[in-house]
Design a protein around this ligand. Structure first.
Ligand code: HEM
Length: 483
């Protein structure tokens, strides 16, 4: 009988090394080939490094995407490591791809940082298409659909009144008044959602390197504790009958039928604050900026407010159909300074076709709002704030013009009705209450926009002059009622 000779230790080591190197070289070539082949059918983009692809812009990705659109057309492709990202900068292309083929683009890309580590899969914005997304969106729909939004009328009116009163008290803090609270989590999330923001997204094995994700894990725990604490506080007040109906009370009362776990519910309720407040407060900052910088546009809305409402009573939600100038102002704010300038990525679940090109299933696709809002074929003179572009010759809102402020298809913003109403009442009331003007000693730089997933202006000075007699008394004494 033959007894196998025991291999010397060095031999085993050498053989293992050869196997490992061969494996690494083969996977490297297969990967490079795969990257190359997938890229062949995609719309072309700027040249990048043969292995690492493109470099993430240091700041303001939206401007960078827009500039590239001028050279590479309305749809082009970037690559971060082995991940392709198709960027849409043209209005028509956005409609052809994101709207007409939206059923193929309901997914989000795999977000290792934003989705798996920071949110443990519970944040709706980063949730992949599937059952959990259906449950989360279903719960939100019940609370945020247009009919349900009416329940928030008294609260929204009260907030709008407080905004005006706060400005009367401390006009220099107008940006702070618009912000109900600062959400660290939203800023971290916005950062992590940028294509190519974290190396882990392109090289997932990096997450297993010790210490690589410890800060991210800590951020998640911090956020989860905050959200759990908020739900606990609502539960306690609910038990004592001390709480008004809100998102959280609805979710708690319907938890069994929605099938949400305690932490999913806490995340859904908690992240709604960020989704809602950080977005609308950004718009209000740009609203004040536009009003001061473009006084003629301000006067035009005020003329309609005076004609429809006069100065003896406050504008309310019941006036909304008679104030198209206010709606046009809001629509132009969305276009002029989009809330999510670089857009939020979707992922293709099937091949998407655009002209002779194919965007293969699995590719990340992002509509850059900043660029689409400046497509000269649809929005000529796009850098100018001009609400009149949204009105027809009868002064009514045009039905043939559209901007994709709320995003696209099956991932469209579920909070749009609530946000629209909040902005309507706050903007109508503020334009009714004040003349806003630029301080010649401190000119406003309209391009002073903070870098981040959601647009916010840098600090700027504005003069507020009450245009209604006894403004404080009128605002403070009004008692909002449900519609
Ligand atoms: C001016 C205000 C707002 C703007 C401009 C805005 C815009 C957006 C955009 C562009 C998206 C991404 C859509 C896409 O992927 O195509 C989005 C998603 C979302 N928004 Fe808003 N939003 C606003 C306010 C709100 C409010 C008030 C809420 C809730 C209270 C909300 C909740 C959400 C949620 C949950 C998502 C994720 C949807 C999903 O991934 O399926 N948003 N929003």
């Amino acid at each position: 009988m033959l007894i196998p000779q025991e291999l010397p230790y060095q031999r085993v080591l050498l053989d293992s090394l050869v196997v490992a190197v061969t494996f690494a070289i083969t996977s490297f070539f297969i990967r490079t080939l795969r990257i190359k082949r997938a890229g062949e059918r995609l719309p072309p983009g700027p040249p990048g490094h043969w292995l690492f692809g493109h470099v993430l812009p240091r700041s303001h990705a939206a401007y960078h995407y827009s500039e590239l659109g001028k050279s590479y057309g309305p749809v082009y492709t970037l690559r971060y490591g082995s991940k392709y990202v198709c960027v849409i900068t043209g209005h028509r292309a956005a409609n052809d791809i994101m709207v007409k083929q939206s059923h193929k683009l309901a997914d989000r890309p795999r977000y290792i940082v934003a989705g798996e580590i920071l949110s443990k899969g519970m944040r709706i914005l980063a949730t992949r298409a599937g059952d959990r997304l259906r449950r989360l969106r279903g719960s939100l729909h019940a609370i945020l659909q247009p009919q349900a939004s009416i329940a928030y009328v008294p609260m929204q009116m009260k907030h709008a009144q407080n905004y005006v009163l706060d400005i009367l008290e401390a006009p220099e803090k107008h940006l702070t008044h618009a912000k109900r609270r600062i959400n660290k989590g939203t800023a971290r999330l916005g950062d992590a959602l940028r294509p190519g923001a974290y190396l882990i997204e392109s090289y997932p094995w990096l997450r297993y390197v010790p210490g690589m994700t410890s800060k991210l894990e800590m951020w998640h725990q911090e956020e989860l504790n905050l959200y759990r604490g908020q739900v606990e506080a609502v539960k306690q007040r609910l038990a004592k009958n001390e709480v008004q109906p809100c998102f959280t009370t609805y979710l708690l009362e319907h938890q069994e039928e929605s099938g949400l776990s305690d932490d999913e519910l806490a995340y859904l309720a908690g992240s709604m604050f960020g989704a809602g407040s950080d977005t609308t407060s950004g718009v209000l900052g740009f609203f004040v900026m536009a009003a001061a910088k473009y006084p003629d546009t301000q006067r035009r809305v005020q003329a309609q407010l005076d004609a429809v409402i006069g100065q003896d009573r406050l504008p309310t939600f019941t006036d909304q159909d008679r104030l198209p100038e206010v709606w046009a102002y809001i629509e132009e704010l969305f276009r002029w300074r989009p809330v999510a300038p670089a857009g939020i990525s979707h992922a293709a679940t099937e091949d998407v076709f655009w002209g002779d090109y194919v965007i293969p299933a699995g590719t990340e696709v992002v509509g850059c709002h900043w660029a689409i809002a400046r497509d000269p074929d649809v929005f000529p003179d796009g850098d100018t704030f001009n609400p009149g572009r949204w009105l027809d010759d009868k002064g009514q809102m045009r039905t043939d013009l559209r901007f994709f402020n709320w995003g696209f298809g099956r991932r469209i913003c579920p909070g749009q009705h609530l946000a629209d109403r909040s902005l309507f009442i706050t903007i109508a009331l503020t334009l009714w209450a004040f003349d806003m003007s630029e301080d010649p000693a401190h000119p406003i730089n309209t391009m002073a926009i903070k870098d981040g997933g959601l647009a916010h202006s840098e600090q700027f000075a504005v003069r507020f002059r009450p245009r209604v007699s006894e403004l404080r008394e009128k605002i403070a004494s009004y008692q909002p009622e449900a519609e």
